[in-house]
Write a protein that binds this ligand. Structure first.
Ligand code: AMP
Length: 566
């Protein structure tokens, strides 16, 4: 496919904010794509070059993009930065410069293909070491120097991971239905979503959907590819838990760490993913070892929670302290010793060549008990009791809190495992706390002593694939890095995500997820969600979560109502 065609679709998508129109445009694009051999063009639609779970990153900062534009167009970096400050979008800057240059040279239309764009972009992630930066710049400049103005806009935005055409997971799912199946049948949307939650690869789901409903339904889990994890509802007491999951139920400790999916494929290869589908196999070499040692099966997908502990005192540590291991790229062995983790396995989704997700939880747990022979402080099964008696669960809950756990999970014994869904197959019970996981979408530079640091942040929740602002947060952070979560740390994390700048305010790629604790919620016309959190403060960073995992507007609404009732 010509890249100019794709850019045309991008432009149409960008021009409308109406979901149905977006779906229509995308489904037209997918109709064209049906005849292409290489379905990976579909990744470009979401501004990516690999499936969602593939952690290879192009690694292009705004600075590198500026250098590439400079090289391709023969304009100084300083001039590009100046334009960027006034326009606020590097994609548009590249477009403007290309338009002026094309006018001057009177060159004709381009023949840039999506294949060529993918080919060059796919080379970027592997490049490291001496000369890598120069090579990256050359590969990008090669594309930009042949691109039309519109193509330049989207190439640059793709590089920065900020396509801004508003085609998220939900719209893409609907468009696949429109392009391949009967769009009037509600069931088809569910089928495509379920296939995606199992396969986490849109190219594969699209191919299956093109073959029809049966093929789609046959989409199965495969160890080596992560699945979207099952999520849990919140309950306020044990009675509500019984109402939701039935009696008797399985109660388990709720460990305070981060979700980990451990996969072993038929070739014995072990891969580890977080719930945001990030591949963290390299970061956790000890988990690979423990899995080999303590889990006896040819292939599997295990679901569990990794919890950090102090190597000397053997006390569990707050999530914040071990979270740095998730992103760590160097000194990994040293880190593994300093910040050890214990894996608590609580579910199994795939076992010896077969998917288990339709099996009841009780049978899945039985398999786990058969194949996992764990060891404390390394890899263990989640502590569990089965009971229908309120007093027994109450005792277990108290024990969990006394041991410093976050609370308990209460699970339905005959429930299947539903990837990606927050259905009532399990619920969590923890002491009341007002907090939401939200994503930072904008930030503001401070003044005076704080000049140079981003010190105030606009956070957002989600609904129907859109991000909706829920207020500004500027407290809860330290002035000095040594003292804990600081302005400096957040600024460092946000800087590479900056996509636009106006005055003191910057917009950022919605990637940094934070837990925000608040006192209450107010209706507010200032923010696009219609709500503002009052007295919000940061309590922790959530590098294990992505913008897809943040709170839904419906949850914010529910809490706001609950608060009114109180
Ligand atoms: P929350 O993060 O408050 O939505 O709580 C749900 C999370 O608790 C899950 O996504 C897991 O990461 C974590 N968790 C800890 N222990 C368990 C357990 N025994 N079963 C299921 N999830 C658990």
């Amino acid at each position: 496919m010509l890249y100019s065609e794709l850019a045309g679709f991008y432009e149409r998508l960008e021009k409308t904010s109406k979901r149905l129109e977006k779906t229509e445009i995308l489904s037209e694009l997918l109709q064209n794509l049906k005849h292409e051999k290489d379905k990976s063009i579909i990744y470009l639609v979401k501004g990516r070059i690999f499936p969602d779970y593939d952690s290879r990153e192009m690694g292009i900062s705004s600075q590198l993009a500026i250098k590439s534009i400079s090289k391709a167009m023969g304009i100084s970096a300083g001039e590009i930065v100046k334009k960027w400050k006034s326009i606020g979008d590097l994609g548009k800057v590249a477009e403007d410069i290309t338009a002026k240059k094309k006018q001057a040279t009177l060159s004709g239309g381009t023949r840039l293909t999506t294949e060529k764009v993918l080919e060059n972009l796919k080379k970027l992630p592997g490049m490291q070491g001496k000369g890598a930066v120069e090579k990256k710049i050359s590969l990008i400049a090669e594309l930009l120097s042949t691109a039309s103005p519109l193509e330049a806009r989207y190439i640059v935005r793709t590089l920065l991971g900020d396509l801004r055409v508003g085609a998220g997971e939900g719209v893409l799912r609907d468009a696949i239905v429109w392009a391949c199946l009967n769009k009037e049948e509600k069931e088809n949307y569910v089928l495509v979503q379920e296939a995606y939650d199992k396969a986490t690869d849109f190219a594969l789901v699209f191919e299956q959907a093109c073959r029809g409903r049966e093929a789609l339904q046959e989409t199965e889990l495969a160890p080596g590819r992560p699945v979207k994890v099952m999520l849990f509802l919140k309950v306020k007491d044990i009675k509500e838990a019984f109402e939701t999951v039935g009696k008797p139920l399985a109660a388990e400790m709720k460990y305070d760490g981060f979700r980990m999916l451990i996969n072993k494929d038929e070739n014995g290869q072990i891969r580890i993913f977080t719930r945001r589908l990030d591949d963290v196999t390299k970061q956790f070499p000890e988990v690979k070892e423990y899995t080999k040692r303590y889990v006896k099966a040819d292939s599997f997908i295990l679901d569990g929670e990794a919890v950090g502990f102090n190597a000397k005192t053997r006390r569990y540590m707050p999530f914040q302290e071990i979270s740095q291991r998730i992103r760590r790229k160097y000194d990994i062995e040293k880190m593994a010793k300093e910040l050890p983790i214990e894996i608590n396995i609580f579910d199994i989704l795939y076992y010896n060549g077969k998917s288990l997700i339709k099996e009841p939880f009780k049978s899945r747990r039985e398999i786990l008990e058969k194949i996992v022979k764990g060891k404390r402080w390394q890899l263990v099964l989640a502590e569990q009791i089965i009971s229908g008696k309120e007093e027994e669960i109450e005792k277990f809950y108290k024990k969990a809190l006394a041991e410093g756990e976050e609370g308990i999970m209460l699970k339905k014994l005959d429930a299947p495992y539903k990837p990606g869904a927050r259905v009532g197959y399990g619920v969590k019970l923890k002491p009341e706390e007002n907090d939401f996981d939200l994503v930072i979408v904008k930030a503001e530079y401070g003044t005076g002593k704080r000049a140079g640091w981003l010190t105030s942040y606009t956070v957002a929740c989600q609904q129907d694939g859109k991000l909706l602002e829920t207020g500004k947060v500027s407290t809860g952070l330290k002035e000095k890095e040594e003292e804990g979560l600081s302005f400096m740390e957040i600024t460092k994390k946000l800087k590479p995500l900056i996509t636009g700048e106006k005055g003191r305010e910057v917009s950022v790629k919605p990637e940094l997820v934070v837990t925000v604790t608040y006192q209450n919620i107010q209706k507010s016309p200032t923010y696009s969600s219609g709500y503002a959190l009052r007295f919000p403060r940061f309590t922790r960073l959530r590098p294990d979560r992505s913008a897809r995992d943040i709170a839904f507007l419906s949850e914010v609404e529910k809490e706001a109502k609950r608060q009114v009732r109180k």
